[in-house]
Design a protein around this ligand. Structure first.
Ligand code: UDP
Ligand code: MG
Length: 353
């Protein structure tokens, strides 16, 4: 697994005489959904990296409704190792919700989130922590290359980031991953955004703070297959677009105006021929009429669909349902933990067993 040289600019120099920023504890959140085959390898690598970190760290595995025994495996580790926590969600809520659950529970100085399939190299955390100590609040990562990713997936991903950066007033690095470090302040700011439809890469860009980006090469998954089906990926892209942009609504308006102008042009053209010597040519144009009827009908349906989509988003937001529900929290050392997520406005319901 090769890690490319970081593209982060030189860290801001600490003022003379001032020491590097202190890092008293680190919480690492790893959402997992049916990752039992490869998780032990990742866990071994992660615990090796913990030894090299400058301060104590804990690992929070968020089991997102797995059915393959992932939770039982993590529970064994939690019983034996006080640094390991298990947060078990009541069903599969999706990657972004699982990340949110972990982030709400972690109270450490430094928060790191990463995938549980081995595609986010744990050794990069050491470099992230150095950048935190140098003064950055958010350290993002960007896949310079993804081993085994097909051309179509890469092209779709590039198109998505180009589009989203153009239509939304955000700056998300192309190929950004949900592998990042955040200071406590940045994590609290992110935690205060409680929308139901979550596109965390966009939300992290929105909160600001001092951000920098590291490049890495994503290795192959340790085991198993991607849990992001095409429909889940399209869903995330839709959340990104509709949560951060009003452009689709503006496009509806532009489409309406364009059609209005086109029909005005057609009327002027017909009037011109009517008053000209070519009047006899003016046969009622059945085909142009049909064209306009169908075009206007189609555009109206598209416009209604887009507006309906936004109304659907508003509807789901006003219900104020929790983003996730925690079924069980097995605390470090295998002990039962306090019931509620300690983070501000409780985002999800939780129970302890
Ligand atoms: N994941 C999750 N819930 C889901 C889908 C995925 O917690 O509904 C986890 C998954 O176990 C992995 C991470 O999110 O740790 C990223 O998923 P995956 O590797 O399948 O996505 P890809 O890298 O293929 O985009
Ligand atoms: Mg993956």
């Amino acid at each position: 697994m090769s890690i490319l040289p970081p593209t982060a600019p030189t860290p801001p120099p600490s003022p003379p005489g001032e020491s590097r920023r202190e890092c008293r504890s680190i919480g690492i959140v790893v959402p997992v959904y049916n990752e039992v085959l490869g998780l032990a390898e990742l866990h071994a690598e992660l615990t090796r990296v913990l030894r090299d970190l400058p301060c104590p760290a804990s690992i929070w595995y968020v089991d997102d409704g797995s059915s393959d025994g992932t939770a039982a495996l993590v529970e064994q580790w939690a019983a034996a190792d006080p640094r390991v926590h298990l947060l078990e969600l009541s069903r599969n809520f999706g990657h972004q919700a699982a990340l949110t659950a972990g982030m709400d529970y972690v109270q450490d100085d430094v928060l790191v989130v990463m995938d549980g399939d081995g595609q986010h190299p744990p050794s990069l955390i050491l470099r992230m922590v150095e950048l935190y100590q140098a003064g950055y609040d958010v350290v993002l990562t960007r896949r310079a290359d993804t081993k085994g990713a097909g051309i179509v997936k890469k092209a779709c991903s590039n198109l998505f980031y180009t589009l989203i950066n153009r239509v939304c007033s955000l700056r998300i690095p192309p190929q950004a991953a949900d592998f990042r470090l955040m200071s406590r302040n940045a994590a609290l700011a992110l935690g205060s955004l409680r929308e139901y439809h979550r596109f965390l890469r966009g939300m992290v860009s929105w909160i600001g703070f001092r951000q920098t980006t590291l490049d890495y090469t994503a290795p192959l998954r340790i085991a198993g297959r991607t849990k992001y089906s095409i429909s889940k990926m399209l869903g995330l892209a839709a959340h990104a677009l509709f949560s951060f942009s009003k452009l689709p609504l503006r496009l509806c308006f532009i489409a309406g105006i364009t059609l209005l102008l086109l029909s005005a042009a057609e009327a002027i053209h017909a009037a011109y021929i009517f008053f000209s010597p070519r009047r006899g040519e003016l046969v009622p144009g059945w085909s142009s009429l049909m064209f306009f009827i169908i075009a206007i009908g189609g555009v109206q349906l598209i416009v209604l669909g887009i507006i309906g989509n936004y109304i659907g988003y508003v509807f789901e937001e006003v219900k104020r349902r929790p983003v996730y529900i925690v079924r069980r929290h097995v605390a470090a050392g295998g002990r039962a933990a306090p019931a509620a997520a300690p983070a501000p406005p409780p985002p999800g319901l939780s129970q302890t067993s």
